[in-house]
Design a protein around this ligand. Structure first.
Ligand SMILES: [Zn+2]
Length: 283
C-alpha cells in the first residue's frame, strides 16, 4: 500500500513537472497559440490573389546548434532562409520597406509587380547574426517587430541554447537592412487559455503598454502579439497613431485592405520551397 502511494506521488510530481516545463517552453515563443497559426495557415486561399505578400519569420538557428528549440515550428535554419532569399532574388523580387508598402496601400505610389515585404517578430539576435548578411548581400530590406522590454541595453553574446535579443546599440548598426517597429513592451504575454494580454487586460493598460513600446522605437507600424486582435485593440492602435498593424492571417495585402488587420504569411521549417514560391506568387 505504502509503495503504491509513493508511486502515485512520484507520478503526480512528474506530471506536474512535465506540465510546467511544457508551459515554460511554449511561453517563450509566439507559438503558445499554435492553434491559431495552424488554422490560419490552413485557411490560406489557394487561388491567385492580387497584392503583395508580407513574409513572417521569427528565430533562426543552425541545425547542429539547435538543441533546445529543436521542435519549435518557428525556428528555421540559415540554409532555408538563404534558399528563400535566393528564390526572391532569382525571380526578380524587390523587397519593399513598410513605408513603401504603406504608400502602395494608400495608392500614393506604385510598386514593382514582384514586390515582397519581409518581417521578423519578437527581435531575436539571430535575425542580425544569420539573416542580416544574407539580406545585405541581396540589398534587401526587412522589418523587426520588437518586444521592447526584451531589447537589451548592450549587445549580447550569441548562445543558441538561450533566447538572445537584439540591443539598442545594434538597432542603429543594422539599420541599413532592418527597420525596427513595435510589437508590445511588457504585454507580449498570454493569460489563461492562451489569450493575448492585448485582449485580456483592461484597454487602458494595453494602451499604456503599447505607448511605451511606440515611444521607445518611434514606430509607425505594429504587429499584434500572437496575431490576436479585436475591435478594441484596433482602436487603441489607431488612437496611438500607428499607421498600419499586422496579423498572422495568411494572404497578401492590397489597396483597400484594412490597414489595421493586414495579412502576413508565416514561414515555417516545414514550408517547402515550392510552397514558398506559391506564397510569393500569391497562389
Ligand atoms: Zn511575437
Amino acid at each position: 500500500m505504502k509503495k503504491t502511494k509513493g508511486f502515485l506521488l512520484m507520478l503526480l510530481i512528474l506530471a506536474g513537472l512535465g506540465t510546467f516545463l511544457w508551459k515554460q517552453w511554449n511561453q517563450a515563443f509566439e507559438w503558445s497559440t499554435g492553434v491559431i497559426y495552424q488554422a490560419d495557415f490552413a485557411m490560406r486561399p489557394m487561388t491567385t490573389q492580387a497584392g503583395i505578400p508580407v513574409l513572417l519569420y521569427h528565430h533562426i538557428l543552425e541545425d547542429r546548434e539547435n538543441k533546445k528549440f529543436r521542435y519549435n515550428e518557428e525556428v528555421i535554419t540559415p540554409e532555408q532562409f538563404q534558399q528563400e532569399m535566393g528564390v526572391l532574388h532569382n525571380e526578380g523580387f524587390t523587397t519593399v520597406t513598410l513605408r513603401q508598402l504603406e504608400g502602395y496601400l494608400d495608392k500614393k505610389i506604385t510598386l514593382p509587380a514582384k514586390s515582397v515585404a519581409i518581417t521578423f517578430d519578437d527581435g531575436y539576435l539571430s535575425n542580425y547574426k544569420y539573416a542580416y548578411p544574407i539580406l545585405k548581400r541581396y540589398h534587401d530590406h526587412a522589418t523587426i517587430f520588437a518586444i521592447t522590454e526584451d531589447v537589451r541595453q548592450k549587445p549580447e553574446l550569441f548562445n543558441p541554447d538561450k533566447l538572445n535579443y537584439i540591443s539598442w546599440p545594434e538597432i542603429s548598426r543594422y539599420h541599413d537592412v532592418f527597420d525596427v517597429e513595435a510589437h508590445a513592451h511588457h504585454f507580449h504575454r498570454v493569460s489563461g487559455l492562451g489569450t493575448s494580454y492585448l485582449l485580456s487586460k483592461p484597454p487602458e493598460a494595453v494602451k499604456k503598454d503599447l505607448a511605451v513600446c511606440k515611444s521607445l522605437t518611434h514606430a509607425a507600424y505594429f504587429a499584434y502579439p500572437y496575431g490576436q486582435y479585436n475591435d478594441t485593440t484596433i482602436k487603441i492602435v489607431k488612437d496611438l497613431g500607428f499607421h498600419m498593424a499586422f496579423t498572422i492571417n495568411a494572404g497578401n495585402v492590397y489597396p483597400g485592405a484594412n490597414k489595421f488587420a493586414l495579412n502576413r504569411n508565416c514561414i515555417f521549417p516545414y514550408t517547402t520551397l515550392d510552397e514558398f514560391k506559391n506564397i510569393i506568387r500569391g497562389q
